[in-house]
Design a protein around this ligand. Structure first.
Ligand code: AP5
Ligand code: MG
Length: 205
């Protein structure tokens, strides 16, 4: 099974991807998590990407495509994979089409005011990548034991630009995948388990 999770920042792509990938035994591939790992490790790619990410701009298509092509060769992708936050431009989608066929594209639809409150309260685990919200996780610790942190690109000004960039560069993928008959739009404006059940229903058909 090969899936794409599409949706604006804060829609819940990462939250749902972790659950679906575990349930179906497929690899969870988040280009955002991969870039943050490069930044933490201080690689050349990470250093070049950091200023773009901190401004809420996209990393160049060729950099992302190079990362993704390598990643899908790995052993854990043999049963399939779930892309979270990739593709993000029409050029990325066209390049992906040349290397792999996709079964379903899940578009998580959430009203913009909800996106901002979700992102401003988000806390991330540096080790396992789990996302929490301050309203439900006061302890500041992940289930795996690590101390949670706030992403540098979750500052209000950066979030506003991420939403603009989403509208301009990524939203056109909704029509692109609808035209290919692959798109399923699901309301992500419900509790986490309800959204999970909605996604499972669509991909189990
Ligand atoms: P990336 O890391 O992909 O960020 P994003 O797309 O902006 O999405 P987010 O991770 O912010 O949101 P999410 O949908 O995963 O929400 P989450 O589950 O965490 O990309 C970061 C940057 O990297 C980009 O800006 C770009 O610069 C670069 N980049 C990455 N990929 C790229 C690409 N392909 N091309 C070019 N550049 C790229 O949930 C958010 C919060 O809401 C959490 O607090 C969570 O607990 C809460 N929550 C989730 N679901 C629910 C629910 N149902 N009810 C209540 N709360 C919920
Ligand atoms: Mg995410």
């Amino acid at each position: 099974m090969k899936l794409i999770f599409l949706g604006p920042p804060g829609a819940g792509k990462g939250t749902q991807a972790v659950k679906i990938a575990a349930r179906f035994g497929i690899a969870h591939i988040s280009t955002g998590d991969m870039l943050r790992a490069e930044i933490r490790e201080g690689t050349e790619l990470g250093n070049a990407a950091k200023s773009l990410i901190d401004r809420g701009e996209l990393v160049p298509d060729d950099v992302i495509l190079g990362m993704v092509k390598n990643r899908i060769q790995r052993e854990d992708c043999k049963n399939g994979f779930l892309f979270d936050g990739f593709p993000r431009t029409i050029a990325q989608a066209e390049a992906l089409e040349a290397i792999s066929a996709i079964d379903h594209v899940i578009n998580l639809d959430v009203p913009v005011e909800r996106l901002i409150s979700r992102i401003s309260g988000r806390r991330m685990c540096p080790d396992c990548g789990a996302a929490y919200h301050v309203s439900t996780r006061e302890s500041g610790a992940c289930d795996c034991g690590a101390t949670l942190y706030q992403r540098d690109d979750d500052k209000e000004e950066t979030v506003r630009n991420r939403l603009v960039v989403y509208e301009r560069s990524t939203k056109p993928l909704i029509d692109y995948y609808a035209g290919k008959g692959l798109l399923h739009t699901i309301s992500g404006d419900a509790d986490i388990d309800t959204v999970d059940a909605r996604i499972r229903e669509v991909i189990s058909k």
